[in-house]
Design a protein. Structure first.
Lengths: 262, 112
């Protein structure tokens, strides 16, 4: 026997319930709204064999399944966000039925209204900065001094050690400098955004980038802020030879929809 | 194994003239993929366009899976302890994901 639950994609306000019929959700199932006091949760039916607690535990380890669900979630979030203020929910938020959705919506109501006010008419943009150490201009004389000093009379072993130490110091210096650059980039971009956040650097195995991700910033922008923000990001990307900037967006406001965010 | 991770890079096209209030939408393209039974190119590749019936703003773009998971599993999205089924083990999931990723690493091919 298999029972169905409701997968909740997002909280929204003012989305036309007839319009959502155009959009399908996970597994191609039709999307609908569960409404209460002017707010709505965008849902579609899912099989609880697959999305129940045991099913989730099993399936979340399956990257292909995770990808399927995440992309469907994003499809619905983008559909909704293109039409009405939309606060996307976390992946795999599943309810047993409409009553429990409404009960939750009642509890969320006040904070959800605030979250929707915060993101209304705004989109999320990402700026990532990568440092490529090999593209960095050659360091000043410090490394050379250490090596030549040792080579003068202390033997190859010591010279090697000093060279190693100098290389380590250079790397540390580089990392510190990159951290300062990232901080400055983020500060400048955040100043042009409504809200901002720094996410942790991504695993290069996941995103396939080369170099070191020194900034994974995300920014909430008004439509009117977009042009200056993106132009500034491009200019900032040209400021340092060894730093590459990557701009993404506009996206639904995933990072700024938290109900408890101030 | 169907585990697939794609690099989709976003780049702002610095076009001039065509739009007055908004910049050109980001160009999103497929930069790398792994072999899989399913083709992901249609999901990720090329410019993604969506009619802008809602507003004057640029259409919302698809994002790379890694960026999406960053947000859907990470902080900044809603979760409540009151849900009938709550995903309480988010940290656990991330750890498992990392383990899974490590296991498929050898199969990863990156196309430039």
């Amino acid at each position: 026997m298999s029972t169905t639950g409701l997968y909740a994609y997002a909280i929204t306000r003012g989305l036309d319930s007839a319009a959502v019929a155009e959009q399908s959700g996970i597994g191609g199932r039709p999307v609908r709204l569960v409404e209460r006091e002017g707010l709505a949760v965008v849902v579609s039916e899912v099989d609880l064999e697959e999305f129940g607690e045991d099913g989730l535990r099993r399936n979340l380890e399956d990257l292909a399944w995770l990808e399927m669900v995440a992309l469907a979630h994003d499809d619905v979030a983008r559909f909704s966000a293109a039409r009405a203020p939309t606060a996307p929910l976390r992946l795999a938020t599943v309810f047993l039925g409409e009553d429990s959705v409404r009960a939750q919506l009642a509890e969320w109501h006040e904070q959800a209204e605030l979250a929707l006010d915060r993101i209304q008419g705004r989109t999320e943009w990402s700026v990532k900065a990568y440092s490529d150490p090999s593209a960095r201009p050659a360091p000043a004389a410090s490394g050379g001094d250490a090596t030549s000093g040792a080579a003068a009379g202390e033997g190859a072993g010591k010279a090697y050690l000093m060279q190693r130490r100098a290389a380590t110091q250079r790397r540390e210096h580089t990392a510190e400098e990159d951290a300062r650059i990232a901080e400055a980039l983020h500060a400048e971009l955040a100043g042009l955004a409504t809200m901002s956040q720094r996410l942790g650097p991504q695993d290069p195995r996941l995103s396939g980038y080369t170099g070191v991700m020194i900034l994974n910033g995300t920014y909430l922008l008004d439509d009117a802020q977009v042009e200056l923000f993106t132009r500034t990001a491009i200019e900032l990307g040209e400021r340092h030879v060894h730093i590459r900037l990557e701009v993404g967006g506009p996206w639904p406001p995933y990072s700024f929809s938290s109900l408890d965010a101030s | 194994m169907a585990a697939v991770l794609l690099l989709v890079a976003g780049r702002v096209m610095n076009e001039t003239g065509t739009r007055s209030t908004t910049p050109a939408p980001d160009e999103v393209w497929l930069a790398g993929s792994l072999g899989s039974e399913r083709s992901h190119d249609t999901r990720y590749g090329g410019l993604v366009s969506r009619p802008t019936e809602a507003s004057t703003s640029a259409p919302l773009q698809r994002m790379a899976l890694v960026d999406l998971l960053d947000r859907l599993l990470g902080a900044g999205v809603v979760i409540s302890g009151d849900l009938v089924i709550s995903l309480s083990g988010v940290e656990l999931v991330q750890i498992r994901l990392h383990a899974l990723i490590a296991s498929v690493r050898a199969e990863m091919i990156v196309y430039e």
